[in-house]
Design a protein. Structure first.
Length: 254
């Protein structure tokens, strides 16, 4: 005898099937290891945001009247690393930004070379998950522009930002984003804040602005941009210092 299903059972079946497929697709694309419900919801959130942001809409920009003049800080404000301190004493004359990994033309750029590239400015709101937000004017090089100069190879999927500050657990800060977020038109490597070189406390001489994501993704004191095909071999493998240290979610969309 053929089984008979009510309309409700069929609808429920289709919904359940759809949910299972979405979970399967989202978790397959997700770079981290899926070990808990928390990781599954993170993966789903990531998949959904990519869909919603597929046209790369810009985040809101503000006016100079909205600026917070002394931009707050979070995390490391003065790297204790000797190498950083001596670079800073020398006004970052010896600083080089390295762009390497899965690229055709690895680059090493001084601050003057970075400043000579076409620049972009934006007045945006930073949101830290500790519960504060602040508006600043950031100027720098669009990340997409740097990446296109470096020639990203087909196998690359993520951009890792290596920082010059060692954290209190003796591990260096790092963060990572996918190539989609990296190519957002407001994703910048910023060297100026409110018309002045980025102060030490806010990540001198160069920090990431990833306006579609929350505070801890905005790596400060960046010295290396590495293109990779997976995140498992970087740090402890969860894609960032906070992710490794405190299980912070890797995809930190606002
Ligand atoms: N290298 C490095 N980047 C970092 C941090 C850090 O401690 N070290 N803290 C993060 C956090 S939690 C936030 S909210 C922002 C704060 O940036 P700000 O200090 O300029 O406000 O930087 C992020 N980037
Ligand atoms: Mo933060």
């Amino acid at each position: 005898m053929a089984a008979k299903f009510t309309r409700r059972q069929i609808v429920n079946g289709v919904l359940l099937g759809g949910a299972a497929v979405s979970v399967a697709l989202a978790t397959r694309r997700y770079p981290g290891e899926i070990k808990s419900i928390h990781d599954i919801t993170d993966a789903l959130n990531y998949g959904l945001h990519d869909l919603m942001l597929s046209g790369q809409p810009r985040v809101r920009e503000f006016t100079r009247n909205d600026l917070v003049l002394d931009f707050p800080t979070s995390g490391v404000t003065a790297p204790r690393d000797e190498r950083y301190q001596s670079m800073r004493e020398n006004n970052f004359a010896d600083y080089r930004l390295l762009v390497d990994g899965l690229v055709d033309n690895p680059m090493s750029l001084s601050l003057d070379e970075l400043r000579a590239l076409p620049a972009q400015s934006q007045i945006t709101m930073h949101t830290c998950d500790e519960g504060w937000s602040a508006i600043g004017e950031w100027k720098g090089v669009p990340l997409a522009q740097l990446l296109s100069r470096a020639g990203v190879q087909d196998s690359a999927r993520y951009v890792v930002f290596h920082c010059m500050d060692t954290q209190f657990n003796d591990k260096p800060y790092y963060e990572s984003i996918d190539l989609f977020a990296a190519s957002h038109p407001q994703t910048l490597l910023a060297y100026d804040l409110n018309g002045e070189p980025v102060p030490q406390k806010n990540g001198a001489p160069l920090r990431l602005r990833i306006e579609t994501q929350i505070g801890y993704k905005h790596a400060k004191f960046v010295e290396r941009v590495e293109l990779v095909d997976n995140l498992l071999t970087i740090g402890d493998g969860r894609g960032g210092w906070w992710e490794d240290y405190d299980n912070a979610i890797w995809y930190a969309g606002l």
